[in-house]
Design a protein around this ligand. Structure first.
Ligand code: SF4
Ligand code: SF4
Length: 286
C-alpha cells in the first residue's frame, strides 16, 4: 500500500465507510477449543472459491483495501484463499498456527497464542510445539487476555519467548457473548492491571508490542454502540457469504464489554494518532 491508500483509508474511516473485509472462509478447524463459537456452525455449507470471487467482486475496490481471512482455521482452505488474495491490496490470515504457513506476497499471518506453553496447551490441546515449528519471523502474535492468561508471569514469558521469533505481538481483551458463561471475562479494573503489566514490558520490548498504551487503555472502558469503527468500516461475511452484524463476532456478541483491539486502532487512526498510524502501516505491509 502507498501513502495515497493510507490517506483514503483514513478518509473512509472518518466517513464510516467500509475499508476491508473479514471473511469466515470455513467453519472447520484443526483444534477444538472449549469456548469456540464456530462449533455451532460446523456442518453448514461453505462457498466455493468461485462463489467467493463473485461475492467479493460485487463490492467496489474502495471497500477492499484489506481482506482478513478467518474461520475456523482458514488455512484448511489455503488453495482457495490463494485464488482470492489478489482481490485485496493486503491480506491477513488469522490462523491457529497448526498448519504450515504458505509463502505468499501481500499477506501477513496473525497467529493466536494464549500464553506460555502450559497455558496455551491447556486452552487449545497439545499443539504448542507444532505452532513453534510453523511461526516465522514475518508473523504477528495475537494475544487475547482472559482470566487464564492475565497474570504478569504468563504475559511476560509469552513476550520474552516470541520476541525475536516474530514481528510483533498485538494484545486485546476477551470479548464475551451476551450469555457468556465461560468465566474468561476481565473486569474493567483487571483490564487496567493488565495494561500496567504491558506498559512495563513496553519499556523493555518497545515496538515489538504493537499496541500503544493509550489504545489498550481505551480497550478498558469504551462501549461503542452504533459508533463502532469496526462495525461500520469492516464488512464481516459468514461462510455462506452473508453479512454478519454488528461485526465479525456475530449477533450474539456483547458490544458493551468489547475488548477487541481493532476498533481502538481505527478510532486512533481516525484521530490522527501517530503511533496508531505507524502501527497500522506495519501490519499492512512487510
Ligand atoms: S483455534 Fe479458533 S476456530 Fe479453532 S477451535 Fe480454537 S477458537 Fe475455534
Ligand atoms: S463487538 Fe466490539 S468490534 Fe464488534 S461491533 Fe461490537 S464494539 Fe465493535
Amino acid at each position: 500500500m502507498n501513502i495515497v491508500d493510507y490517506f483514503t483509508i483514513w478518509r473512509r474511516i472518518l466517513k464510516r465507510k467500509p475499508i476491508g473485509f473479514s471473511i469466515d472462509i470455513t467453519h472447520s478447524c484443526t483444534l477444538s477449543c472449549q469456548t469456540c463459537y464456530m462449533k455451532w456452525y460446523q456442518g453448514l455449507p461453505e462457498l466455493t472459491a468461485k462463489d467467493w470471487k463473485k461475492v467479493i467482486s460485487s463490492y467496489h475496490e474502495n471497500h477492499r483495501y484489506y481482506g482478513a481471512w478467518t474461520g475456523g482455521e482458514p488455512l484448511l482452505r489455503a488453495g482457495d484463499i490463494k485464488k482470492l488474495i489478489h482481490l485485496f491490496k493486503w491480506n491477513w490470515i488469522a490462523t491457529n498456527g497448526t498448519l504450515e504457513l504458505p509463502h505468499w506476497d501481500n499477506v501477513s499471518f496473525l497467529v493466536s497464542i494464549d500464553g506460555n506453553e502450559e497455558i496455551h496447551n491447556k486452552q487449545r490441546g497439545e499443539c504448542w510445539s507444532n505452532i513453534v515449528r510453523h511461526i516465522r519471523d514475518d508473523c504477528f502474535i495475537i494475544y487475547d487476555i482472559t482470566q487464564l492468561n492475565k497474570d504478569e508471569k504468563t504475559i511476560t514469558e509469552t513476550v520474552q519467548f516470541w520476541h525475536k521469533r516474530c514481528r510483533g505481538i498485538i494484545f486485546g481483551f476477551y470479548t464475551p457473548a451476551k450469555q457468556d458463561t465461560s468465566g474468561l471475562l476481565l473486569s474493567s479494573e483487571e483490564r487496567k492491571a493488565a495494561v500496567g503489566i504491558i506498559k512495563g514490558l513496553k519499556n523493555r520490548y518497545g515496538g515489538f508490542i504493537i499496541n500503544s498504551i493509550r489504545q489498550l487503555q481505551l480497550c478498558c472502558h469504551t462501549p461503542w454502540g452504533d459508533d463502532c469503527p469496526a462495525g461500520n468500516c469492516i464488512v464481516g461475511l459468514d461462510a455462506q457469504g452473508k453479512l454478519k452484524k454488528p461485526c465479525v463476532m456475530g449477533p450474539e456478541v456483547d458490544c458493551s464489554l468489547c475488548g477487541c483491539a481493532v476498533p481502538q486502532f481505527m478510532y486512533l487512526v481516525k484521530s490522527l494518532d501517530i503511533r496508531a498510524i505507524l502501527s497500522s502501516m506495519r501490519i499492512l505491509s512487510r
